[in-house]
Design a protein around this ligand. Structure first.
Ligand code: NAP
Ligand code: GLV
Length: 306
């Protein structure tokens, strides 16, 4: 069996070594133009040339949950694309989002500023019932995040394409239900995949339907959010601020207004990192399952876009 590895920027060597250790009998190599045909590939945002040359692939494993970069390429429709299916990401996402929600709800940035200034001041406790959290996307990550938020007694709404029934979570589905979901939500967490349907979904129209004092946590993709619309709604006072982990251009350009905005917290696309050992173990399990003729989770629907 031949396995090739191709990344857009980071060096593949540590992955080549780790995959080789996991698959002792396989031939594992970093892809370069003209490399031998592989049976399986492990990739993150490969160039079109990689797809055009590797015509014998049985499976293309994407080293992330989001496949938007991959689906921008011209792929053979029959190519089996497999996304990472949690692999240690959902617990990271749950801790990151709970932290962001709690930091906002408990006004911890304000306390930080006060204590930095040597001030011992109290803020009036806010009512949890005024801070319903809405999770856009109830997939592998969104469901875990929604359940984690319930532990802190937040009232949680969830939104997905297909109907869900999750205990204690008010579930909304389909475009016609989006206005009701937004109207019931004060803190919005975006965990949808980036597809033609969801691009720019966080815009003036949708964000203005959030409850007054709304707060936006975007941990999915930068292209979901219309930056200017977020800024305008913060300026108008309708939104209280945002925690942004993903951006239209990454790294976020040095002169972007988000960096220094007093009501926006920026992190460098780090809410749920790809973990090497967990990811390789998952890919190994899937290759073995495919060899036994079994079906696997995480196969991407090219048409749906996730
Ligand atoms: P997933 O399992 O595919 O879940 C996607 C969810 O979004 C599903 O509930 C799906 O509905 C829903 N959805 C998709 N299109 C929709 C639409 N048009 N309207 C309403 N709901 C829609 O994906 P995941 O593993 O949870 O990951 C979500 C995204 O997180 C990834 O695509 C990636 O962009 C992002 N991510 C970011 C980081 C980071 O570090 N910032 C890390 C990992 C992932 P159904 O359930 O009905 O299909
Ligand atoms: C990271 O953004 C991922 O999609 O896994």
């Amino acid at each position: 069996m031949k396995i090739t590895i191709c990344f857009d920027s980071q060096p593949p060597e540590p992955w080549v070594q780790a995959v080789q250790q996991a698959f002792a009998d396989a031939e594992v190599y970093a892809w370069t133009p003209g490399a031998a045909q592989a049976d399986h590939a492990i990739v993150w945002a490969p160039p079109q040339q990689f797809i055009d040359e590797q015509t014998g692939l049985q499976t293309l494993f994407n080293l992330g949950a989001g496949v938007d970069a991959l689906l921008q390429l011209k792929l053979p429709p029959s190519l089996k694309v497999v996304r990472l299916d949690d692999a240690g990401m959902s617990v990271q996402m749950a801790e990151f989002v709970c932290h962001a929600v709690i930091r906002h709800f408990r006004e911890l940035d304000g306390y930080d500023a006060d204590t930095q200034a040597g001030k011992w001041t109290y803020r009036k406790p806010r009512s949890r019932t005024d801070f319903a959290v809405g999770v856009l996307g109830l997939g592998v990550l969104g469901e875990r995040v929604a359940k984690a938020l319930q532990v802190f007694d937040f009232s949680v709404n969830g939104y997905s394409r297909s109907p869900k029934d999750l205990p204690g979570i008010r579930c909304f589905s389909g475009a016609q239900a989006l206005p009701d979901f937004l109207a019931a939500t004060r803190v919005l967490v975006n965990l949808m995949p980036l597809t033609p349907e969801t691009e720019n979904i966080l815009n003036k129209d949708t964000l203005s339907q959030l409850q007054k004092g709304g707060y936006v946590i975007n941990v999915a993709r930068g292209k979901h959010l219309v930056d200017e619309d977020l800024l305008a709604l913060i300026d108008s006072g309708h939104l209280a601020g945002a925690a942004l982990d993903v951006f239209r251009t990454e790294p976020l350009p040095a002169d972007h207004v988000f960096w220094k905005h007093p009501k926006i917290t920026v992190t460098p696309h780090t809410s749920a990192r790809t973990l090497r050992q967990e990811s390789i173990a998952q890919i190994m399990g899937k290759i073995q399952a495919l060899q036994r003729g079994e079906s696997i989770n995480g196969v991407v629907d090219h048409q749906r876009g996730y």
